[in-house]
Design a protein around this ligand. Sequence first.
Ligand SMILES: Cc1cc2nc3c(=O)[nH]c(=O)nc-3n(C[C@H](O)[C@H](O)[C@H](O)COP(=O)(O)O)c2cc1C
Length: 396
Amino acid sequence: MIGGMGVDISTVELALEAARLGGVGHISDAMVPTVIDRHFKTRYVKDKLKLYKANVTNLDDKSLVKFHLGELEEATRTHVRRAMDAKQGPGMVFINCMEKLTMNAPKETLKVRLNAALSAGIDGITLAAGLHLGSFGLMEEHPRFRDAKLGIIVSSLRALQLFLRKNGRTNRLPDYVVVEGPLAGGHLGFGMDWAEYDLATIVAEIQAWLKSENLDIPLIPAGGIFTGSDATAFLENGASAVQLATRFTVTRECGLPDPVKQEYFKADEEDIEVNGISPTGYPMRMIKSSPGIGAGTHPNCESFGYLLDANGKCAYIDAYNREVAAHPGEKKIKVMDKTCLCTHMRDFDIWTCGHYTYKLKDTSVKTADGDYQLLSAEHVFKDYQFSKDGKIALPA
Ligand SMILES: Cc1cc2nc3c(=O)[nH]c(=O)nc-3n(C[C@H](O)[C@H](O)[C@H](O)COP(=O)(O)O)c2cc1C
């Protein structure tokens, strides 16, 4: 399974390759209206900005900046259909749906996104970035609620137990559970003490508990599984599949711009950090030279606003206001402790990555100009399937 990578890093093209090859690919439901504007020349973002233009300079209150739910539904359907209409082969395409995209109306917007994806024919939904205690309830009226594949990402047994308890009322178990360890890319379900945790230990703990409860739910470990041999070790210990992402960030089908893919190839271990700059409150792993770190961008909530909470607040706006107040009259300010994640994920300026990104240079060959050769998703997928003894096949 190729994991979801927002905003449009795990593209439709990448997900389709996974499905064609017999795996599961993910598209992401992060900032879909923006993504659809880019692919279809629609005007969701421009229209939203136009509607709320008068509020751009109001940095104290963003509560009136709401998403139009009909447009959100339309954009999500377009995104999912684009994948499902083109799907070939025996595999499946899922969508990664992050609860932390609270969009100034958490419940309403999540409900629209989940149900629109089901209506547009998605094979499955992976609930991510959040505990999703009410998410099954938001979909239970949908005719596909019991036949689409529904799963959740957890990083601890406790999170899974909470999810099962709170969603038990719907009489439907998840079809799979992705167990994501501390070496993954994107946001982490751990604190800054992430290095004290270990994926195999968490998987074993969850596995033992499921057995003791007589629950048969496929487990899919994720985070730091870098070779086919790493994957096999998990499968031999009872996992049903593995979820992978980092190795696919340097494939042609991945949505990162090509120069950014080279940054991933060239990163060394000391160039990667886990920091607290995401306004979501979750630690996030990224390349230290990401242009979005410290950028001091004017908040763009009228255009985006995906991280505004139920009261129209975002931790980045608070940090931005504090720096503006501390540096009166300065045109360009820096905000080091938080970033405008909507703007910078959209512009591919926060280079989030998995822990082993520094090993990507060993998965390709350097060309005469000093750049690394991009890989095909098929090459990486098959390398996971067929490589042995911890080896990695280089491209032809
Ligand atoms: C660039 C990048 C972006 C990611 N974005 C998301 C995301 O939007 N939602 C999510 O649930 N996981 C996200 N992840 C986590 C992956 O889906 C996956 O579970 C994890 O990275 C697997 O570990 P690996 O990268 O070591 O293979 C992201 C990972 C990367 C590398």
